[in-house]
Design a protein around this ligand. Structure first.
Ligand code: URA
Length: 232
């Protein structure tokens, strides 16, 4: 059920709220376990938060370090139930050192609020910690070099669920080239942690295609249900 506060946030997301007269939203209980490959042996595996952040801020493992203003480590609740994983920092993020602070970030905040979470309740990170030039897609060697940091962040946070926002985040996290439409509505698994992964649209895409926001809302409702079912 949507309460009145969520109603307001959904409106801010540009979603007209329809109220079902009877019954609950039905959900396909298709579930797919996708195995992701941890491409690189990792030094980060035993690092604590402080050491990890220090390594990320000085990392030179791929060419992206040469043009970054700063690495974007990630931010939020280090014991979050929800971990949000995007693609890579853009210009604003590179400048401020924080993930999702541009227009897409504002929409992400609204989406999270609609789902009942403040930004500080969740942990937000990206596949890449450094901005690719002209915001191009991550190259496989860049994603592979950075994956050890993300795996360690996931291991430290131990979220109940991961929300992968956008095709690039989902494909890298799950080591697949499946299209986003086929990944939505299913429970995938992040390996090696085994954490359930739910896939939804990237907020930047939703800004360009606002009619898809309704589907993103369905994904958030699905994520909430999966989260509720995960053992504490
Ligand atoms: N897009 C992303 O995927 N991540 C960010 O941090 C900002 C924009």
């Amino acid at each position: 059920m949507i309460d009145s506060r969520q109603h307001v946030y959904l409106e801010r997301m540009g979603i007209a709220v329809w109220v079902r007269r009877t019954g609950q939203l039905s959900e396909s209980d298709n579930s797919v376990v996708s195995l992701a490959i941890n491409i690189r042996g990792t030094d980060a595996a035993n690092m604590d938060w402080q050491t990890l952040e220090q390594h990320v801020s000085t990392c030179t493992d791929c060419a992206l370090h040469a043009n970054r203003k700063q690495a974007v480590f990630g931010t939020g609740n280090q014991s979050a139930e929800w971990m949000i994983i995007g693609e890579a920092p853009g210009a604003e993020e590179d400048k401020l050192g924080l993930p999702f602070v541009g227009r897409a970030g504002k929409l992400l905040d609204a989406m999270l609020k609609a789902a009942g979470y403040e930004r500080d309740d969740v942990f937000i990170a990206n596949i890449l910690k450094c901005r690719p030039p002209r915001n191009r897609d991550p190259k496989p060697n860049e994603a592979a070099a950075c994956s050890q940091y993300l795996h360690r962040q996931i291991a430290l946070v131990r979220p109940k669920i991961i929300l992968a926002v956008g095709r690039i985040a989902a494909q890298n996290l799950l080591a697949t080239d499946a299209p986003l439409g086929r990944m939505r509505g299913k429970i995938h698994r992040h390996e090696p942690s085994g954490t359930p992964v739910i896939v939804t649209y990237h907020p930047a895409y939703l800004l360009r295609s606002p009619l898809e926001k309704r589907k993103a809302w369905e994904d958030l409702c699905f994520a909430r249900r999966v989260c509720r079912e995960v053992e504490p």
